[in-house]
Ligand binder design. Structure first.
Ligand code: DX5
Ligand code: ZN
Length: 214
């Protein structure tokens, strides 16, 4: 699998250092968690962080918008240099329009589903999205325990992709470590986000490798 370290668990006083560190150890993407204190009970990073990081890394910047009505911020993230903009199906009544708006900025468009949301909710989006992010914890915080029931949705999305020849990537986010990464990979995930497991590890290189090899 590809690995996307989440800078939510990095040292905010040394973001450039912590991004370059994981880049040097083979990270594929950098995952940026934007939280608005409303859609989720936490407040974190905005498009200004993407703009600051864009010149310091060549890695794909994967922006996960945990914000109510994400349409308001799509242009800001695209202008800042995002490669993927991922919006929650639960965060707007007009998720299809939000995906269209992302595509109009020439940024890759992804839809995210919470642990309590079924694949059926995003069925109409499957032919048009570049990525689907299956939350494997309830969004809001790093360091939570992986929810195994979400693997059923990864399998379902993988089966639908094969059946209909869809081209989306399947990404998982939350509670990923060397062990749960194997379960995600076996279920059909292509990209795994990992925050605390990577940045809190004594051996960051080994942590990254264990996910890539999963
Ligand atoms: C959770 C965020 C995740 C978080 C993952 O709301 O979307 O990206 O950083 O952290 P870990 O890997 O520690 O569960
Ligand atoms: Zn995330």
């Amino acid at each position: 699998m590809k690995v996307a370290p989440s800078i939510l668990s990095a040292d905010f006083a040394n973001l450039e250092r912590d991004v370059k560190l994981v880049e040097g150890y083979g990270a594929d993407w950098i995952h940026i968690d934007a939280m608005d204190g409303q859609f989720v009970p936490n407040l974190t990073l905005g498009a200004n962080i993407v703009k600051a990081l864009r010149p310091v890394t060549d890695l794909t910047l994967d922006c996960h918008l945990m914000v109510q009505n994400p349409e308001r911020f799509i242009k800001d993230f695209a202008d800042a240099g995002a490669d993927y903009i991922m919006v929650h199906a639960e965060a707007t009544p007009h998720i299809h329009r939000a995906i269209q708006q992302i595509k109009q900025t020439n940024t890759k468009a992804g839809v995210v589903i919470n642990p309590g949301t079924s694949v059926a909710v995003i069925k109409e989006l499957l032919p048009i999205v570049d990525a689907i992010l299956v939350m494997t914890v309830n969004p809001g915080f790093g360091g939570q325990v992986f929810l195994e029931h979400t693997l059923g949705k990864v399998r379902e999305l993988d089966a639908l992709r094969k059946e209909h020849d869809y081209h989306y990537l399947i990404e998982v986010d939350g509670g990923v470590n060397g062990e749960t990464a194997k379960l995600c990979s076996a279920a059909g995930a292509d990209v795994a986000v990992a925050g605390s497991y990577v940045y809190n590890s004594k051996d960051i290189k080994a942590a990254i490798e264990s996910i890539k090899e999963a």
